[in-house]
Design a protein around this ligand. Structure first.
Ligand code: BDR
Ligand code: CA
Length: 313
């Protein structure tokens, strides 16, 4: 079975690894890359997505989306994690191809209307484009097959604040809109992605198996590993963004749980994804809220092997 997806992304080193993984997957049909600010400003994010398509020889639409959070000032971005240009020490050549003129939100709506019930939206950055698409087309939840996001921290600590993960923290009001919409949403947050450290040997294997795409991931990931290896004895990094794509292809590798979700938008709880498994609270603030699926575990060795084999092609 082939999965039609739109990848909503803010490339970004783990975004690059996830995008190449999707491109290399024979059962994934990437209809387009829709970009958003997040790791880097949106102009850079859009150009980076074009660059990744050029490296992979993929002639698919790339759109530019929202550059600001739904509420509040411009983001401070995450160059300290992803490097000055979003790919560690790499300074990419300007891409030759042009962006699709539509906004990311408009592209999502257009594709959903063109392929009703067929598309999974895979969002691996802040959720402003999905929130805006819901405003443009209130029937969007009926038009897509599902939504898989990398973001959030349900039962574990955050990575920006003690309670919030970066993608959700970056646009908490947009996340609240997306989590409250009536669609089948699965969240791959730090509960699962932070449990799976990838060692240097892993990116070595990607590069060995695929010098072009894996080589790019290996080179860009050196800076990323420097960041993630601070305050620990081993050298590792985390490829958060590839998890929802792996799940689409191999759901049997993952453990999921269900719960009612709310997103914090206050000063202290900004971006907190508070999940109440069914029957665990009397509060209508949660019991009347949407139910989502949350990934809580994955088979580490099989996931690694899936990435390695898929890069090998
Ligand atoms: C998420 O934030 C970004 O830095 C990564 O690309 C990933 O999407 C992890 O918290
Ligand atoms: Ca990302």
């Amino acid at each position: 079975m082939t999965h039609k997806i739109i990848l909503d992304t803010d490339p970004g080193i783990d975004d690059a690894m996830a995008i190449f993984f999707a491109f290399q997957s024979p059962d994934i049909d990437v209809l387009g890359l829709t970009t958003v600010y997040g790791n880097v400003p949106v102009n850079m994010s859009a150009q980076n997505a074009l660059t990744l398509c050029e490296i992979a020889g993929k002639d698919i639409p790339v759109t530019k989306g929202v550059g600001m959070p739904w509420v509040g000032p411009e983001s401070s971005y995450a160059h300290f994690v992803h490097g000055e240009h979003g790919f560690g020490h790499i300074k990419p050549e300007p891409p030759k191809r042009e962006l699709d003129p539509r906004s990311s939100a408009q592209f999502i709506v257009d594709m959903a209307r063109q392929y009703p019930g067929e598309i999974t939206l895979v969002a691996i950055g802040p959720l402003g484009n999905l929130a805006l698409a819901l405003r443009l087309e209130p029937e969007l939840p009926k038009l897509v097959k599902g939504v898989s996001i990398m973001g959030g921290a349900a039962f574990v600590r955050g990575n920006v604040t003690p309670v919030a993960e970066a993608n959700i923290w970056n646009d908490a009001y947009a996340a609240e809109i997306v989590f409250a919409a009536d669609w089948d949403l699965t969240m791959f947050g730090l509960d699962v992605t932070n449990n799976v450290p990838f060692k240097p040997e892993f990116v070595d294997l990607l590069a060995q198996n695929n010098p072009e795409l894996g080589g790019f991931v290996k080179e860009s990931a050196q800076f990323y590993m420097d960041f993630y290896s601070q305050n620990r004895d081993d050298r590792v990094c985390f490829f958060h963004d590839a998890f929802p794509i792996a799940h689409l292809r191999h759901p049997e590798l993952f453990e999921l749980t269900e719960g009612h979700v709310r997103v914090g938008t206050g000063e202290l709880d900004r971006g907190q994804t508070v999940v109440a498994p069914k029957g665990t609270t009397p509060s209508p603030l949660w019991n009347n809220a949407n139910t989502i699926k949350v990934a809580t575990g994955v088979n580490h060795s099989q996931l690694e092997q899936l990435f390695i084999d898929t890069y090998a092609g």
